[in-house]
Design a protein around this ligand. Structure first.
Ligand code: AMP
Ligand code: MG
Length: 400
């Protein structure tokens, strides 16, 4: 039996980052993984410019009672001329500060008086001026390799004039669910049957990571069918992920199929939900077999398959950011396995977030995962009394 941390370490050691890259337009780069660091060729902002609507002045000339001659008007996109002695420039946010001016006084502190302006505030040199290069200097690395590109990174890339970004190609992830009991939504349920929900959970999880999802549906519990599906999936994809069939029962064929076609590396992890988990290789493809209980599938994907896939995708920082929150519950039975409990956060009396547990923590109850904001992480042997802090893994960090 491995601990969850050991399993993660073993998995990450086996994850080989993609090497193939392609260029994508910046506006289509959302969720893609940057393959090379990006360096700015320019200063941002490119020129000293005004942070306010107001008047560009020489700070030293703004003595009480001073009236400055407004000799020019500079809107964003225009360039002014050098400021005359005792002169001021009407200026607007984003417009370049003219040579000679060393401050901008906001218009609320000025009164226009014909072609002059009275300034009722003596600015400090530099006041309300955004300096050239204060955000980015030429030669600065603006985006590191191995980052997942989000909206802010796309905007930053554009702010230095980039039009396209080198990213790793999309990782191809094939999945199938195992189980004779499974039918697709859209069909009436027969006796003993349930709807295949893991197919949809995996569809969301895989696509949420920005991988290409190859759907192989569901596969009956026979060795022959499992072998065929596995072979097919491994030929199509970089990584094959399955749900169910990884226990040691007579109806569980995944482990045997992986062993027959490739090799298996590990088997059990001391956690709840989700004790059995299989890693293997089939040809060039990695294989991850998740347990079939719907919450186990979700949680083991979130904690293990996700960082594995991220590393395969070329991401450098693959671990979720966790935090500590107050427990709004007691946990009195020290367990032999680490538990990941579905919990919702609510502001307590002092405003700190408190975690409340869903009333049913069974690994079959998928309602718990929709209700919850994340997982309270209880260590082996740990007991908790209400008000103590516990480790919390936000779903926003692990489901996408
Ligand atoms: P298994 O891991 O195959 O032993 O399955 C454990 C439990 O999860 C059983 O109750 C299965 O019926 C259920 N289960 C397995 N696969 C799925 C699936 N794709 N969708 C919904 N429930 C499933
Ligand atoms: Mg099964």
């Amino acid at each position: 039996m491995l601990t969850a941390d050991q399993l993660l370490e073993e998995l990450l050691r086996r994850a080989r980052a993609l090497t193939q890259t392609e260029a994508v337009p910046v506006e289509l780069a959302l969720g893609r993984v940057l393959a090379q660091p990006q360096v700015s060729a320019i200063s941002v902002p490119p020129l000293d410019n005004s942070a306010m609507d107001g008047y560009a002045v020489r700070a030293a000339e703004c003595v009480p009672g001073a009236r400055l001659v407004v000799s020019q008007r500079i809107a964003a996109g225009q360039v002014g001329e050098a400021l005359a002695t005792a002169g001021a420039a009407r200026i607007f946010t984003g417009a370049p500060v003219p040579p000679g001016a060393d401050a901008v006084v906001m218009q609320e502190h000025c009164s226009a008086d014909g072609d002059k302006v009275q300034v009722h505030h003596q600015p400090k040199p530099g006041e309300n001026i955004r300096r050239a290069g204060e955000d980015i200097r030429p030669g600065a690395t603006i985006l590191p390799a191995g980052m997942r590109l989000g909206a802010a990174a796309m905007g930053l890339a554009a702010s230095v004039g980039l039009t396209a970004l080198p990213v790793y190609r999309r990782l191809k992830v094939a999945s199938f669910s195992t189980g004779n009991e499974l039918v697709q939504p859209g069909t009436a349920l027969g006796a003993g049957q349930i709807y295949n929900s893991n197919r949809y959970t995996l569809a969301g999880l895989v696509q949420g990571l920005g991988c290409e999802w190859l759907d192989l549906g569901s596969v009956p519990d026979t060795l022959a069918a499992t072998l065929a599906a596995l072979q097919h999936a491994a030929a199509l994809a970089d990584v094959v992920i399955t749900s169910g069939g990884v226990s040691v029962g007579e109806e569980d064929h995944v482990k045997a199929a992986v062993e027959q076609l490739g090799k298996i590396d590990m088997w059990k992890v001391a956690m709840k939900p989700g004790k059995p988990l299989v890693y293997g290789r089939v040809g060039e493809a990695d294989f991850i077999g998740l347990p079939g209980n719907p919450v186990s599938t979700l949680v083991t994907f979130a904690l293990f398959a996700r960082p594995f896939l991220l590393k395969r995708m070329g991401v450098v920082d693959v671990l979720p950011k966790t935090c500590r929150v107050k427990a709004a519950f007691d946990w009195e039975k020290p367990g032999e396995r680490r538990e990941f409990l579905r919990a919702r956060l609510q502001a307590g009396q002092g405003g700190e977030l408190e975690a409340q547990l869903f009333h049913n923590q069974s690994s079959g109850v998928l309602t718990s995962a929709v209700w919850a904001d994340g997982l309270v992480d209880i260590d082996i042997g740990q007991m908790v009394t209400r008000g103590q802090t516990v480790r919390f893994i936000p779903f926003s960090e692990v489901l996408g």
